[in-house]
Design a protein around this ligand. Structure first.
Ligand SMILES: *Cc1c(COP(=O)(O)O)cnc(C)c1O
Length: 402
């Protein structure tokens, strides 16, 4: 990544997010290439980073979209994702969302419970349409990741067990308004072990064969997302081995592979850049206080996640400190007990691996404006979301003042 953070800070002020679009391209091409032996769709998990320009960049590369709300579906459509490459997932779809999705002709609704299948069937009947259905199977596999981002165990709220899935497919087959189209599993995020993926794809592909035996033929096998990235010193799953393991499990099945990467595509494209405000020492604890905060980037506070941090000055004298923001919470930190150089007011601090689940989780807590987002592509920078203003923040309240 060859980005001049200081120049961007002068031009756009701080804090800001910057995304290297060329890195997104190479991540996309690497994964797409790994599946070249088969028909495949990479459906970008929009929740990782839903900036319209980011989605548009991926659409231009050929990506579809995995969405978890009708809002995300509309973002995808807005920037030109073909409806036949859009999947709508999520455990708690609202009636109005299902209705709208059925009207938009998307590829499939990824159903996560028997009760939801009934709702979709009823709504499709009302609208006199046929709903293309994929069922999210929970294979009860431990993905060996952080418990907050594990989804493939029965103790997690996601998907249905194999037997329930089978009954649901039979319901689809017998319904005039449902069409069994795909099957889905997604066991967790930031996965760094191949074995749990192989095991779950194996379990789900056995179900596909079982279903074929009773004349239920599915067209799409959705392996979910979850491929991990390097935050610190993780050893990653090789994308070719990943694709190979999946292809082996699907041997003999005429089925299109769908993969839903989020973090893998955008995570390491992004950097969050803040400016040092102050240093202070409480007792013998040193704090470096920057202008960015947990409302901008919550992963350290939420998951105790590690993000690599770099102070952009030439000072070689390191000492232990906590890197914190201005928000009134003790959970407002980016890093604890790390060695950083002595800083001066206005020194820049880069927080890496900030392209996924960072801006999309930002809030306006403490009446702080959401920050600017910048894209860099072919050495050129451009604004892709302007910094919010105070007027933006009060817009929905002001008219109700008495
Ligand atoms: C969040 C999510 C993804 C993407 O996960 P990553 O770890 O970012 O790749 C894919 N599919 C579904 C259903 C998800 O909920």
């Amino acid at each position: 990544m060859n980005i001049d953070f200081k120049e961007l800070a002068n031009k756009y002020q701080t804090p800001y997010y910057v995304y290297d679009f060329d890195h997104i391209t190479s991540q996309y091409e690497e994964l797409k290439g790994a599946f070249k032996a088969r028909k495949s769709i990479l459906a970008y998990a929009v929740k990782a980073n839903s900036n319209l320009s980011v989605i548009k960049h991926l659409v231009e590369l050929g990506a579809g979209a995995d969405c978890v709300s009708i809002g995300e579906v509309k973002r995808a459509l807005k920037v030109g994702v073909a409806p036949y490459k859009i999947i709508f997932s999520g455990v708690g779809k609202i009636d109005s969302e299902i209705k709208e999705a059925l009207g938009l002709g998307i590829l499939m609704i990824n159903v996560e419970s028997a009760a939801e299948l009934d709702r979709v069937e009823n709504i499709a009947k009302e609208l006199e349409v046929i709903a293309r259905i994929s069922i999210r199977v929970n294979p009860n596999i431990d993905p060996q990741t952080h418990p907050y981002i594990s989804t493939g165990l029965h103790e997690n709220k996601f998907g249905v067990d194999i037997d329930t899935a089978k009954r649901m497919y039979i319901q689809c087959k017998n319904s005039k308004n449902l069409e069994p189209t795909g099957i889905h599993c997604h066991i967790g995020s930031q996965l760094t072990q191949l074995e749990p993926i192989r095991e779950s794809v194996k379990i789900v592909s056995d179900l596909v064969r079982n279903l074929a035996a009773i004349k239920i033929d599915l067209s799409f096998f959705d392996v979910g997302g979850g491929l991990g990235i390097v935050y610190n010193d993780e050893k990653l799953i090789d994308t070719n081995e990943y694709a190979q393991a999946i292809l082996e499990c699907l041997f003999g099945l005429d089925i299109t592979i769908v993969c839903e990467p989020g973090r893998f595509l955008v995570g390491n494209s992004g950097v969050f850049v803040s400016k040092v405000l102050y240093e202070k020492v409480n007792g013998n604890k040193r704090f470096v206080i920057v202008d960015g905060a947990m409302n901008d980037l919550i992963r350290p506070a939420l998951y105790d996640a590690y993000h690599k941090v770099e102070v952009l000055n030439d000072n070689k004298e390191l000492s232990d400190c906590n890197l914190v923001g201005p928000v009134c919470e003790s959970g407002d930190f980016f890093a604890k007990n790390i060695n950083l150089p002595q800083t001066q007011h206005n020194d820049l601090v880069a927080i890496y691996s900030a392209g996924a689940y960072c801006f999309t989780m930002a809030s306006n807590y403490n009446t702080r404006n959401k920050v600017a987002e910048i894209a860099v592509e072919n050495g050129q920078d451009r604004l892709i979301r302007r910094r919010e203003t105070f007027e933006d923040l009060i817009a929905h309240e002001e008219e109700f003042l008495k």
